[in-house]
Design a protein around this ligand. Structure first.
Ligand code: DGY
Length: 334
């Protein structure tokens, strides 16, 4: 019998269509949001799932779906998946690294620049017909990006790509903090210098967050950290909601503890903290860091490649390109 897979959100039909060459497929062309009960119901008897950040794949779900062998998640981040629970049950998890690195770094840089140069505020001002007097010298005067100090918290692939844009493109002094320090070669290539977190907070003119979400990174930026930043500094979060304490950030933006923020991700998204919505000095976008057509297609294609290979089909049968828990593959080979 052909294996059976579930595609949980609407995606590119030509790409997901490749799954039908190997599997029975249920997809979700209307892009309905399935709650955990519905997801569990639809996963019954299936071997694989093309999952998305909105799907919670936890131990309870896995126990209720014992036929599941592969969770192929669309996205480099996989904090919606309990990888440990998957590994313990022999379920392979894959993600989509590399294909979105440059696009997400472009977006992070754009959001940081929009924040520093007050583009959101200015755009609303013009659109609302408030621009009635020309030549106001300090109107929407922001802070420079070129030549400023760029701080990066989290120095994986995307962090390094943001660093390169800053150092090579904008002549910025780039400092970073990360759990582990890069090699001297990688630091030279990124044009970035390692500092401790306190120095990063104290010296950055523009701080960009690019670290994965975990219990350890929960509220890595809260009231205390914001207090340590320059009052002229900006904060940009393209990583995950929950890394920043959004209530503390709203308060810091309101009281001038820092100058401005650019946020693509939020605690409890799509809900946005109401205190952020009312502030002029924050640029808000709906988690679109990797959303270029080319990159979204590449992410879908890589996920489909992973799922086909994970369930033992196609040219790479048994060897999915980007496993998160390769120990499951090794155990299957034994
Ligand atoms: C990612 O790849 O993790 C993006 O945030 C999309 O979910």
């Amino acid at each position: 019998m052909r294996p059976s897979v579930l595609v949980t959100r609407a995606t590119f039909t030509d790409i997901a269509g490749r799954l039908r060459e190997h599997f029975n497929v249920e997809d979700n062309p209307d892009d309905a949001l399935w709650d955990p009960v519905e997801l569990r119901r639809r996963l019954q008897g299936r071997q694989g799932v093309m999952s998305h950040g909105s799907d919670r794949i936890d131990a309870a779900l896995l126990d209720a779906c014992p036929t599941l062998k592969a969770v192929c998640n669309v996205g480099v981040g996989y904090n919606n998946v309990d990888v440990e629970a998957c590994t313990a049950r022999g379920v392979l998890v894959t993600n989509t690294p590399d294909v979105l690195t440059e696009t997400t770094a472009d977006f992070g840089f754009a959001l940081m620049m929009a924040t520093a140069r007050r583009i959101g505020e200015s755009e609303r001002f013009v659109r609302q017909g408030e621009w009635t007097k020309t030549g106001i010298f300090d109107m929407f005067a922001g802070s420079d990006v070129h030549g400023a100090t760029l701080g990066i918290l989290g120095m994986g692939r995307i962090g390094r790509a943001v660093a390169r844009r800053g150092s090579l493109g904008f002549g910025m002094r780039v400092i970073y903090h990360n759990r582990s320090r890069l090699t001297a070669e990688a630091e030279a290539e990124s044009g970035a210098r390692y500092v401790d977190k306190a120095t990063l907070l104290r010296e950055a003119d523009h701080l960009v967050l690019v670290l994965p979400y975990s219990a350890a990174s929960h509220h890595a930026i809260g009231a205390e950290e914001l207090q340590r930043m320059k009052p002229t500094a900006t904060l940009t979060n393209i990583a995950r909601g929950g890394i920043v304490d959004d209530a503390a950030l709203a308060s810091a933006l309101r009281t001038g503890t820092i100058a401005a923020a650019g946020l693509d991700v939020f605690e409890g998204e799509p809900r946005v903290h109401p205190a952020l919505l009312g502030l002029p000095n924050v640029v808000l976008t709906p988690h679109i860091g990797s959303a270029s057509i080319q990159t979204r297609r590449a992410m879908a294609a890589l996920t489909v490649d992973n799922l086909i290979a994970a369930l033992g089909a196609g040219p790479r049968a048994g060897e999915p390109p980007t496993p998160v828990n390769p120990e499951v593959l090794a155990a299957r080979r034994r």
